[in-house]
Design a protein. Sequence first.
Length: 230
Amino acid sequence: MSDVVSSGGSTLDSCDPVEEAGSIMILLALKEAGIAKVCHGKSTTTRTALLKRARSLLAAARPETAEEKHRYFAAKTALEALEANERGEEPLPYSDQFRGHVEAVRGGEGAEIFGGRRVGNKPSVETAFLRAAMFVLWERHEGDDDARAQLVRDAVSMEIIGSKTDSQTKNMNAVKTRVANIKSRPRDGFGSVATEWEHVDIVKRLVDQAGYRRLEDFQKREKIHAPPAV
């Protein structure tokens, strides 16, 4: 594809129509979250034009393998949810379908919905997104004990670090362990890649450009957040 889809300083280009359609929907989700203008090439492009472009890309896709079909339907479901939102309809009915297709490829709690593999201890898309937010906020709050203590309380209340305890110290150690685990595992390439890395770049943009400061900010937006195309 010769067209380039970009937002701010990020440029996404792909010869894979499903991946490029997914990139467009990520940018639309970022725009909905309050981040700066979404551009297509050099000019600002409307939401409607981007959705039309995504539809055109998916129409050109020719998925063959089971994995390719799950990737295609994940992107198609995300597109349908965004189109429903544009019509003023409720997009949430699409969320379980989207998660099922994504996790049928990547593994996770919803993998078995469409006959995919369930990978032990692999978090759902939503949990991985919130853990990525916890990781980024913990790093950004270095030296601010009060902010980190609040982050721990939020992580416990959202149940994203495992079983909560009555000890703030134990809960903080659980967050530290989770952060260290993500940090020590590779972002890509070979080895045990931390699922959270798939969401870190978007989380950083939400922090830097949309002013997100608490985990609850991300929880409000996780239903419009579109993870990277699978």
